[in-house]
Design a protein around this ligand. Structure first.
Ligand SMILES: Cc1c2[nH]c(c1CCC(=O)O)Cc1[nH]c(c(CCC(=O)O)c1C)Cc1[nH]c(c(CCC(=O)O)c1C)Cc1[nH]c(c(C)c1CCC(=O)O)C2
Length: 340
C-alpha cells in the first residue's frame, strides 16, 4: 500500500509530495462517460460495483496517491427523507425546500447502514482492490444546509441568509440535525474502511467571517472533534473561497486544511500554523502548456517547503472540459519535481 498521502496528512516526512485531485472521478474522463452513458447519476451513486469502477478510473489513469470514494455530498441529505433529482446540466434539485420548523422536524436522522448502505458497501469493496488510501467524505453542514434551504444551487444564497438573519434558532436547529447525520455518516465510512475523511465546505466563502463563526464553524468543529474522539483517521477540512477564513478553518481542529487557489500557499501556511495543508493550483491552470505547467507546479512546491505536510491538489474540483492527459501530466510533474 502506498501510504505517502497518509504520511503527509500526519505531517511525517515523505519521499515525494503526494497528489490527488478533487472531483478526480467524473465527466472529463471518457471512461466515466461510458459508464454513466446508460444510467442516471443517482443510479450510478447507488450501484456499488459501478462506484468502485469509477473510483478506480482516475487512480489507474492519473497515477494519483489517493482515491476518493465516488458518491456525492447530497446523498446523505436525500437519506434524511428529502426527494433529490439531478437534471443533466442543471445540477441538483430538492423540490421540497427546508424553510420552516415543520420541515426541519420532518428530517430523519437515519441509520447510515440502512439508508446509505450502498456507500458503505462501495467502501468495503474498494478496500479489497486499492493500492492507495481511500478518502471518504461528506459536505460540511453549512454547505449541505444551503442546498436544502435554496432547493438547489444558488448564486446569492438569499434564502439561506434570510433564515440566518430572521430565524436564527431555526437555522441552528437545521444545522444541528444535519451535523448529527454527518457525524454518524462519516463514522460509518470510517468503520467500513475509509483511511481519511474530507469535509467539503464549498460555500463557506459566501459568509462574512463573523457569520461563519456564528453559523457554520461550531458545527464543523463539533463533527471534527467527535470524529477525532472515535477514530484515528486524518480529517481534511476544505472551505472553498476561504482565504478570509483560514484561522477559523485551522481552529476546527482538522488535521489537514484544504485551500483554494486564491491565496499563495506560503501565506496560508503561515496563517494555519504547524499542520498539513492541501492544495492549491487553479484547476484551469491544467490547460497551461507543459513548460509553464512545470514552472507553476515548481513554484507551488517551493512555496510549500515550510509546510508540516503538503498534499498537492487543485484549488477546487477538476473542470469537466479538462483534457485528461493534462491532468495525468500534472501528476507526473508533481512526482518528478518533488522527489527527494
Ligand atoms: C457542492 C458539491 C456537490 N458534490 C460535491 C460537492 C463538493 C465539492 C465541490 O465543491 O465541487 C462532492 C462530490 N461530487 C462527486 C464527488 C465524487 C468523487 C470525486 O471527487 O471524484 C464528490 C467528492 C461526484 C459528482 N457529483 C456530480 C457529478 C456530475 C454528475 C454527472 O455525471 O452528470 C459528479 C461526477 C453532480 C453534482 N453534485 C453537486 C453538484 C453541484 C453537482 C452538479 C454540478 C456538476 O455536474 O458538477 C454537489
Amino acid at each position: 500500500m502506498n501510504d505517502t498521502f497518509l504520511k503527509a496528512c500526519r505531517g511525517e516526512a515523505t519521499d515525494y509530495t503526494p497528489i490527488w485531485m478533487m472531483r478526480q472521478a467524473g465527466r472529463y474522463l471518457p471512461q466515466y462517460r461510458e459508464v454513466r452513458g446508460s444510467i442516471t447519476f443517482l443510479e450510478l451513486c447507488k450501484t456499488p460495483e459501478l462506484c468502485v469502477e469509477v473510483t478506480l478510473q482516475p487512480v489507474d489513469y492519473l497515477g494519483v496517491d489517493a482515491a476518493i470514494l465516488f458518491s456525492d455530498i447530497l446523498i446523505p441529505m436525500e437519506a434524511m427523507g428529502l426527494e433529490l433529482v439531478f437534471h443533466d446540466g442543471r445540477g441538483p434539485i430538492f423540490p421540497q425546500t427546508v424553510r420552516d420548523q415543520a420541515a426541519v422536524d420532518r428530517l430523519l436522522v437515519p441509520d447510515p447502514e440502512e439508508a446509505t448502505g450502498f456507500v458503505l458497501e462501495t467502501i468495503r469493496l474498494l478496500r479489497r482492490e486499492l493500492k492507495v488510501p481511500l478518502i471518504g467524505f461528506a459536505g460540511a453542514p453549512f454547505t449541505c444546509a444551503t442546498y436544502l434551504i435554496e432547493g438547489g444551487s444558488s448564486k446569492a444564497f438569499w434564502e439561506t441568509k434570510k433564515m440566518m438573519f430572521t430565524a436564527p434558532k431555526l437555522f441552528h436547529a437545521l444545522m444541528d440535525k444535519i451535523s448529527r447525520c454527518t457525524t454518524a455518516y462519516l463514522l460509518a465510512q470510517a468503520r467500513a474502511g475509509a483511511h481519511a475523511l474530507q469535509l467539503f465546505d464549498s460555500w463557506a466563502g459566501i459568509l462574512a467571517p463573523r457569520d461563519f463563526a456564528e453559523f457554520a464553524f461550531p458545527y464543523a468543529q463539533r463533527i471534527i472533534a467527535e470524529l477525532q474522539q472515535q477514530t484515528e483517521l486524518p480529517i481534511i477540512y476544505f472551505a472553498n473561497n476561504g482565504a478570509t477564513l483560514l484561522e477559523q478553518a485551522a481552529a476546527t481542529g482538522a488535521d489537514v486544511i484544504g485551500i483554494d487557489w486564491r491565496i499563495n500557499i506560503g501565506e496560508a501556511i503561515e496563517r494555519i500554523g504547524p499542520r498539513a495543508i492541501q492544495g492549491n493550483i487553479d484547476p484551469a491552470a491544467l490547460l497551461l502548456p507543459e513548460a509553464q505547467l512545470r514552472d507553476r507546479i515548481g513554484d507551488l512546491l517551493a512555496g510549500a517547503r515550510r509546510a508540516r505536510g503538503h498534499i498537492f491538489n487543485l484549488g477546487h474540483g477538476i473542470h469537466q472540459f479538462t483534457p485528461p492527459e493534462q491532468a495525468r501530466l500534472a501528476v507526473e510533474i508533481v512526482h518528478q519535481l518533488s522527489r527527494r
